[in-house]
Design a protein around this ligand. Structure first.
Ligand code: ZN
Length: 104
């Protein structure tokens, strides 16, 4: 497993955990979020971009099915701004990657 995918896995896991605990008020990851996380990690394992992977928002291959995509979007929308407060270094890395992917 390469670093790029490993890092994305940590970020997505962190976001889903934050969402479930703080938005949904669960002490432990609920079955829905556990399923979503397993799905997200599985997608990353299969991601054909590996080291050159753009962040999923910029990805040209929409590998999520529509139901899972709607759910992960909800999580990202909620957790995205908050991860900047709690894990600035990680969030900044993620942002830099997004900007680079847009070739600004
Ligand atoms: Zn949950």
């Amino acid at each position: 497993m390469n670093d790029r995918i490993a890092e994305e896995k940590i970020t997505v896991s962190l976001m889903i955990h934050m969402y479930c605990r703080h938005k949904e008020g669960n002490r432990e990851l609920c079955p829905d979020c556990t399923g979503l996380l397993a799905y997200a990690l599985d997608r990353l394992d299969r991601c054909k971009y590996s080291d050159n992977k753009p962040t999923c928002r910029n990805c040209t291959v929409h590998c999520y099915n529509s139901m899972m995509r709607a759910r992960i979007r909800k999580v990202m929308r909620w957790a995205g701004p908050r991860i900047i407060l709690h894990h600035p270094a990680r969030a900044i890395k993620h942002l830099i990657r997004e900007i680079r992917n847009h070739r600004l």
